[in-house]
Ligand binder design. Structure first.
Ligand code: MG
Length: 380
């Protein structure tokens, strides 16, 4: 079980909920990092007393250093700071809750020290999943999922880790705010509409990914890597209520599911306490007051991002890094109001068609593919 944590991305939605769990469990915090939310990071440092605080943005780090001058907290910045937080001595678990593929290098660095990485950053496994899993194995590090679907699968796989017995992993998807809409309606949706998720309170990027269904595509790739499963053994079902977080079907046709209220504190806590369970702060599930559970197939006609991600997953190599880099760039354009909702797909698709996938043998291969994809999206 975890005792001392470096929390990368402490001011985002997962980061803030992680600190609630950390406080409830009485764990130590050795490092906190943020992008540029100086005020919140200062408050978190005063409360949790880490040894190191990092802002990705150098100016923000300068401001933080002045604010924390009366404390012993060391302040660092940029990727170097993030790597220092991931490798800080005395840390046993690195919780990676940063947004985007910036989480890749610190995850690899922590795994090389044989640490537990509680991974809330799916882009890491999408960009360079094989490399990350090989690194974990070679250095005795472990990756525990924080994403609710992957935590559900992990929970349903406990005691049954023999992969030969698993027939299928079934990921549930809420369908996001636009489920049931057709293309002509999707052409008119606004940023505000896209940010209104029916069940989960999450960061802006993942909420948009949820609206396009790209999030589920990234999660299929994440599940392939985490559990060493081929694409054809993973399926997606729309489950609007987000009560069943995912399911595992075994060779005898038994299906195990994990249920709970949509509350990220549960998967966060399980990644920190595994293989044990302890009383937690997530809302209990009341079966008698929960809505009827419904299931539907995905709609590839109106939400083509899922199929595009599946295609990249099947192609392998750098194809998934290209998909992810293109998606990160396109979503940031949408968040800045520069492109329409449907253009996210068209830009990502064009980048995926333009850039040939190659084998992904190193971190550099993944970073190059990512950069080429971003350039392709921004240059369109
Ligand atoms: Mg998820």
């Amino acid at each position: 079980m975890t005792k001392t944590i470096s929390l990368l991305g402490s001011t985002g939605s997962i980061g803030r909920q992680s600190l609630e769990v950390i406080e409830a469990l009485g764990l130590q915090v050795s490092a906190l990092t943020a992008n540029r939310s100086v005020e919140l990071l200062e408050a978190q440092c005063r409360k949790f007393r880490p040894r190191l605080a990092v802002c990705m943005d150098p100016e923000a780090a300068g401001a933080l250093k002045i604010k924390l001058a009366d404390t012993p907290v060391k302040v660092a910045f940029g990727m170097e700071g993030l790597l220092e937080a991931a490798t800080l001595e005395g840390t046993d678990t690195v919780l990676t809750a940063v947004m985007g593929m910036v989480g890749l290098r610190p995850t690899l660095a922590a795994l090389k020290l044989g640490r537990r990485v509680a991974l809330a950053n799916k882009e890491t496994l999408v960009c360079a999943g094989e490399l990350v899993m090989q690194t974990a194995e070679a250095y005795g590090g472990e990756i525990l999922p924080v994403d609710s679907e992957h935590s559900a699968l992990f929970q349903c796989l406990q005691g049954n880790r023999d992969r030969g017995e698993v027939k299928r992993l079934i990921l549930t998807a809420s369908g996001g705010p636009f489920f049931g809409k057709e293309r002509k309606e999707l052409a008119r949706v606004t940023l505000q509409d896209a940010l209104r998720h029916p069940n989960w309170a999450m960061g802006a990027k993942i909420t948009v990914d949820s609206a396009t269904m790209m999030n589920k595509g990234l999660e299929v790739i994440e599940a392939m890597r985490l559990y060493g499963m081929p694409l054809e053994k993973i399926s997606v079902v729309i489950h609007r209520e987000s009560i069943i977080h995912s399911l595992v079907e075994y060779c005898d046709n038994a299906v195990l599911a994990q249920l709970g209220t949509p509350d990220m504190r549960l998967p966060i806590q399980y990644a920190l306490t595994w293989p044990h369970r302890v009383p937690g702060s997530a809302e209990p599930l009341d079966l008698l007051s929960c809505p009827s559970l419904t299931f539907a197939p995905p709609d590839p006609e109106n939400f083509p991002c899922l199929a595009l991600a599946m295609e990249a997953a099947g192609a392998g190599g750098t194809a998934t890094a290209i998909l992810n880099g293109a998606n990160e760039a396109a979503v940031s354009l949408f968040l800045r109001g520069e492109i329409a909702f449907l253009e996210i797909f068209t830009r990502v698709e064009r980048a995926c068609r333009m850039i040939p996938a190659t084998p992904c043998r190193s971190l550099e291969d993944a970073l190059e593919a990512d950069a080429a994809a971003r350039r392709a999206v921004l240059g369109q």
